[in-house]
Design a protein around this ligand. Structure first.
Ligand SMILES: [Zn+2]
Length: 380
């Protein structure tokens, strides 16, 4: 019989505390979680490493995003397959009133909060933490809620009682883990050509990727990214009142305008994606299908966002062009009359410059909401 695949998990306690009971509970949970998983999935070899990082003060509520980022970093550094980041703090919820855990299948990482669990009784706490971990891992492994086993939505912590995954979900999980293990072997044996890989990942399911992109309403991106829009507006206002810019804009041939516009949008997309933001959180995590898909959705969302930024700036410039008195304009462009086609050309030129200027000033970092929506599977 072939050797069993190893599934390597990490448990990161991210609280800056030396309280014995907190450490002991986490260690116990690691140990028992491993036993539980080994019992339910004997097809695999299970290993769970416990790591303590004094990163967050154990008081007040925490934004889950930096916790996920910490998890991803540790996962990469320690070569884990999956990681759970545990904190005693409450987690700040976005869509729900309250959340005790956040799984991210795209990042293969989950955040777990013990704030609402039963902290008086260590045995109960351990059980609840294990069941919550299984629930979060279930999401990371791509299974849905159901009315038995760990995937019952834990509306109250009391519902977190020991139960194994039902048989049909166990099957899905085994498939999933085997797929990941095989993929990893493949990664070792050959270097993927990244462009081909992304191309294939896109064509594997283009419809759902496009539906996801539309779901993020990329046309609202220019409004959500306040700094980007401000940088753009300032640069455009100056240019719109500059004679030389008008002269240049109305004289540019359409072919160059089209080429310039397409390049500007692509450059801006690349710049925003690469500029210490979404690229970083998912950096080097590997060629996992889910993550590649997330990246495609992110790039697509930014791309459509830039196209809509261009359109908004185009309309804005066109409007200013129509409002400016005709005599002033013809003096600026040094022609006797300015026709509409020229105004269109000029507006396209302005929009192109605006998109480039915006990309330099903007950064998706501000838009925590987008990141959260992209990476969180749910707020448990
Ligand atoms: Zn859930």
């Amino acid at each position: 019989m072939a050797e069993k695949h190893l599934v390597h998990l990490g448990w990161v306690l991210a609280a800056d505390t030396n309280k014995k009971e907190v450490l002991t509970v986490s260690e116990n949970v690691c140990h028992k979680l491993k036993q539980t998983l080994a019992q339910q999935f004997p097809q695999f070899r299970w290993q769970i490493d416990f790591v303590h990082r004094h990163r967050f003060a154990p008081k007040g509520s925490l934004n889950p995003l930096p916790l996920l980022e910490l998890g991803v970093q540790e996962k990469i550094a320690q070569h884990w397959d999956y990681v759970i980041v545990a904190v005693p703090n409450a987690l700040r919820a976005r869509d729900r009133v309250h959340t005790i855990g956040i799984p991210s299948s795209a990042l293969e990482t989950a955040v777990l909060s013990t704030a609402s669990l039963n902290r008086r009784d260590p045995d109960k706490l351990t059980e609840q933490m294990i069941m919550l971990s299984l629930h979060l891992l279930g999401h990371v492994w791509g299974i849905e809620h159901c009315d038995e086993g760990p995937m019952i939505p834990p509306e109250t912590p009391e519902k977190l009682q020991y139960a194994p995954f039902p048989a049909f979900q166990q099957e899905i999980i085994v498939d999933r883990l085997e797929e990941v293990a095989d993929q990893r072997l493949e990664e070792q044996s050959q270097q993927w050509n990244s462009v081909i890989f992304y191309w294939r990942a896109f064509w594997a399911d283009p419809k759902s990727i496009l539906i996801d992109i539309v779901g993020y309403a990329p046309w609202l991106l220019p409004f959500r990214m306040a700094r980007l829009t401000a940088a753009t507006a300032v640069s455009l206002l100056i240019l719109l009142l500059t004679a030389e810019a008008w002269e240049m804009g109305v004289n540019l041939p359409p072919s160059r305008l089209i080429f310039g516009t397409v390049s500007a949008i692509l450059i801006a997309t690349g710049f925003i994606f690469a500029g210490k933001n979404l690229g970083q959180i998912s950096r080097d995590v590997g060629w996992r299908e889910q993550l590649t898909r997330t990246r495609l959705v992110v790039v697509g969302t930014i791309l459509f966002g830039m196209v809509s930024l261009w359109l908004i700036l185009f309309l804005f410039s066109l409007m200013v062009g129509w409002l400016l008195p005709g005599e002033v304009l013809s003096r600026w462009v040094q022609m006797n009359s300015v026709d509409r086609l020229m105004l269109f050309r000029h507006a396209a030129f302005m929009a192109m410059l605006g998109v480039l200027a915006g990309a330099l000033g903007g950064n998706l970092e501000e838009d925590v909401a987008i990141k959260a929506r992209l990476f969180f599977d749910e707020e448990t």
